[in-house]
Design a protein around this ligand. Structure first.
Ligand code: NAI
Ligand code: MG
Length: 402
């Protein structure tokens, strides 16, 4: 059998640093693949006027699986200034390549697991009965619809006449906004399609069953956002009843969920939500398990394109450091999601066990785990570098084999 090929998309800043270390770790655990690097990010915007060149899209089309680091995005005007002078004034407009990838391949299913490691000094703690300190074990997986809803991009300031006329057919628009001049209106839409809603809901239920979570919680706001949240809420009930009676279906409102986040995070299993609420609730849970150094994710499309990436960005302020200081665990965990997706569960488990042991021992910690401010001197102060962290994980992997 020919060996699979993974497209690596290092991107900008710390993206390439964490990706490099993640590949060392997965190879040490016995994961075998060819790697082909795809061009993406700021460098290609500046040189070519396109941060997501067509050749990169072709690579992903061909090989279907990508490990992505992070990219730098800047506001349009700043982007225009940094463009190669030879390309300036020729109509190039910057747009984020990760959003571009999402749209091009319709990566509509985003999965963000948030699982606390025992002994992580960044774990959330709370006060229990009798002033005791409790550290709840968080093990939540968020399924976020990734292409529609409030981030669908269908929006206007001073909407065109036809849009305005259509809005004026709605009695509530007439009542609440009808006497506001059109040019003083900004409108962002929240569109949900049945197909994408069904896909994210089913993905959540299938995952819950496969990984033995007892509950799927729809986290929306159907009592107020009756049409879109209401549709997801209703469809979840139907799907659960017909195909997943073994999984309990819970419903929470996004605002209440954020309040309960610190009260009972251990009670939740799989959570499913639309684009924006999924973004919010996944950042909330990520904060409980150590934040950006630990938050991993995967994105999937209907035609089986899969992109695995940490949720953090390129952290440009650390990019130029001689010794990289950032935590590679979010990238390594994202790589484990890829390995699970490929079906090599044992290899992924081996890596996770090595991380679990390392964190429990508590001897090797990156600056974020030591609650330091990220500066070049954190290494002198005892923090592990990105590479040392990977080394320590590899050491634990190797010792499992002994
Ligand atoms: P960021 O995630 O890059 O960094 C925020 C802060 O989080 C950092 O300054 C650092 O203190 C901490 N941090 C991030 N990753 C860490 C890690 N692995 N270990 C330890 N600490 C870590 O977000 P920011 O500063 O808002 O954005 C920087 C650039 O990244 C921007 O250009 C932004 O557009 C881009 N970005 C890209 C994303 C992507 O590629 N998917 C996602 C988010 C932001
Ligand atoms: Mg976010």
């Amino acid at each position: 059998m020919s060996q699979r090929t993974i497209v690596t998309l290092p991107g900008d800043g710390i993206g390439s640093q964490v990706l490099k270390q993640a590949i060392r770790v997965i190879e040490a655990a016995g994961f075998k693949a060819n790697y082909v690097e795809g061009d993406i990010g700021w460098e290609f915007w500046k040189k070519e006027g396109n941060p997501l060149p067509e050749r990169t899209i072709e690579l992903l089309k061909q090989h279907k699986i990508a490990l992505f680091g992070a990219i730098t995005s800047k506001p349009k005007d700043e982007a225009a200034e940094e463009l190669d002078p030879a390309l300036q004034g020729k109509g190039y407009i910057y747009s984020s390549p990760i959003v571009g990838l999402r749209q091009h391949f319709n990566l509509d299913i985003c999965v963000r697991p948030c699982k606390s490691y025992k002994g992580n000094p960044l774990n959330f703690i709370r006060r229990g009965k009798g002033n005791t300190i409790e550290e709840p074990e968080v093990d939540v997986v968020i399924f976020r619809q990734n292409t529609e809803g409030l981030y669908g991009g269908v929006e206007w300031t001073d909407p065109p006449d036809k849009v305005y006329e259509a809005l004026m057919t709605h009695p509530k628009f007439v009542k609440n906004f009808g006497d506001i001049p059109k040019n003083e209106l900004s409108v962002s839409t929240r569109i949900f399609s049945k197909k994408a809603t069904e896909r994210i809901l089913r993905a959540a239920f299938v995952y819950a069953r496969e990984y033995k979570y007892k509950t799927v919680t729809v986290c929306e706001k159907p009592n107020v956002i009756r049409e879109t949240s209401g549709m997801m809420f209703k469809m979840a009930g139907e799907i659960q009843k017909s195909d997943f009676p073994d999984i309990e279906l819970w419903n929470t409102n996004i605002d209440a969920q954020m309040m309960w986040l610190t009260k009972n995070p251990e009670n939740y299993g799989v959570i499913v939500a639309g684009n924006m609420f999924g973004d919010i609730v996944s950042d909330g849970f990520a904060g409980l398990i150590g934040g950006l150094g630990f938050a991993c994710s995967a994105q999937f499309s209907e035609d089986e394109i899969a992109v695995f990436e940490p949720t953090h960005g390129s952290a440009p302020k650390y990019a130029g450091y001689n010794v990289s200081i950032v935590n590679p665990i979010a990238m390594i965990e994202s790589s484990c999601m890829m390995i699970d997706y490929i079906g090599e569960y044992k290899i992924a488990a081996k890596i996770r066990d090595a991380i679990t042991k390392l964190i429990l021992e508590g001897k090797i910690r990156t600056y974020d785990m030591m609650k330091m401010t990220g500066q070049q001197d954190v290494i002198e102060k005892g923090a592990a570098s990105t590479e040392q962290m990977a080394d320590a994980i590899i050491e634990n992997i190797v010792s499992q084999n002994d």
